[in-house]
Every structure is written in structure tokens, then in C-alpha cells.
Write a protein that binds this ligand. Structure first.
Ligand code: GRF
Length: 211
């Protein structure tokens, strides 16, 4: 099965889910506008009204929305609002770029194999929060970043691309995070570009990058 995000005759339109500062969002906007990625950021949705990522979207002239999780409301109801925004903007690939919520099976099935996430560690090592701190405390000599498909687990979906960076004796969480982040900004647009060009084939857990 070939799992490109977009049929080749359609443009790849990304919906980006964010919660924070949005440097990965910025890397997607820049790569698209500089012609390094065959996809455009169509809409940005944040679950936090004060996320600096929304300012980046605004500055780039990209529509940004805040969707609040209401207490007592189901995750599905929350995500249906996101789904509607994505529908209105013709989104055919969803990118989680620092989105601090686990997405539910509803959104995952709505965008089957078309939701990806960037994680600041070499999965399956150090999933979840504070991945860089986990790596430092474990004492690994290499860490890095991973772009993977999102499934029902926490950072468990099939791996698309990874980049390794060294962990130095002198590293702090900040210095390691910075080294990894630089690579994230290259890896995420690269993964989106491959998906947009239908060059990603998924068979079970195995992902093949086609020439
Ligand atoms: C990145 O480190 C990403 O890997 C993780 O959350 C962070 C988001 O950073 N999922 P930013 O908001 O893109 O700057």
C-alpha cells in the first residue's frame, strides 16, 4: 500500500496542530515558501490561546484557530471541531508540531495514515514528555528526532524518518534540546515533502521511502 498524503493531482494541504512556540511550524512555512517542500500550510489549530505558534501563523497570513477542550466534553467532541476546521480548509495531511495532547482514535481514523508527529528523541527510546531529559538521564551517547505516523499509542506509530545527534558529556537539557531542534527543522519538512510526493509506502510497521 502506498500512503502518500495527497493524490498526485491535488496539492498537499497541511493542517498543523500546535500548543506552544511553533518553531517546527515555522520550518514548514519557510520550506513551503522557499520551494523546498511540495505542500502548503493551510491552517493552524492550537489548543492554547496564548501559543506563540499562532502569532507565527498570523504573521505568515495563515488562518489560525483556537479550539478549547471544554471540561466534561469528550475528546471526540473536541476533535470534531478540529476536523471541521480541517475540512473547511481542504486539509489532507495533519502535522502535530508540539501538540501537547494525545489524539483520539476518531481523528486517527478520519485521517488514516495522514497524521504525523515530530518527537525529540530516537523512538522507540524516550517516548512521551521531556524526551531530551530522559535521554540525558539514561546516559545515551546518541539521541535525535523522529517523524512518525500517529497511531493510538503515545509516540508508537510507524517511523518515517530519523536523525541522530551526539549527546556530549557537557550537555544540559537545553544544549541537547537545541542540537536536536536544529535537526527537527530539517527532518519535518523533508518527511512532509516525501508524503506530498507519494514516496512513502507503509506495510504494517515498516515504512519504505520510494526513490
Ligand atoms: C519539539 O521539540 C517537538 O519535537 C516536540 O515538541 C517541540 C515543539 O517545539 N513534539 P516547537 O513548538 O515546534 O518549537
Amino acid at each position: 500500500m502506498k500512503t502518500g498524503c495527497c493524490l498526485s493531482e491535488h496539492q498537499c494541504k497541511i493542517g498543523v496542530l500546535v500548543s506552544g512556540r511553533g518553531t517546527n511550524l515555522q520550518s514548514l512555512i519557510d520550506a513551503s515558501r522557499e520551494g523546498r517542500m511540495a505542500a502548503e500550510v493551510s491552517v493552524v489549530v492550537s489548543n492554547r490561546a496564548n501559543a506563540p505558534a499562532l502569532d507565527r501563523a498570523k504573521k505568515a497570513g495563515i488562518p489560525g484557530f483556537v479550539v478549547n477542550a471544554v471540561k466534561g466534553e469528550t475528546k471526540e467532541a473536541f476533535e470534531k471541531q478540529i476536523g471541521e476546521i480541517f475540512n473547511r480548509h481542504g486539509v489532507n495531511l495533519v502535522v502535530l508540531a508540539g501538540f501537547m495532547r494525545i489524539v483520539s482514535p476518531w481523528l486517527i481514523s478520519r485521517f488514516k495514515n495522514r497524521i504525523i508527529n515530530i518527537h525529540p528523541a530516537l523512538l522507540p527510546s524516550f517516548p512521551g514528555l521531556s524526551a531530551q531529559k530522559q535521554a540525558l538521564e539514561y546516559g545515551v551517547r546518541l539521541s535525535g528526532c523522529t517523524v512518525h505516523f500517529v497511531d493510538e499509542g503515545c509516540d508508537t506509530g510507524p517511523i518515517i524518518l530519523q536523525t541522530a545527534v551526539p549527546v556530549l558529556d557537557t550537555d544540559t537539557v537545553e544544549s541537547l534540546s537545541e542540537r536536536i531542534l536544529k535537526e527537527e527543522h530539517k527532518l519535518l519538512p523533508k518527511a512532509v515533502d516525501l508524503l506530498a510526493k507519494n514516496k512513502v509506502k507503509v506495510t504494517g510497521r515498516r515504512v519504505e521511502i520510494l526513490p
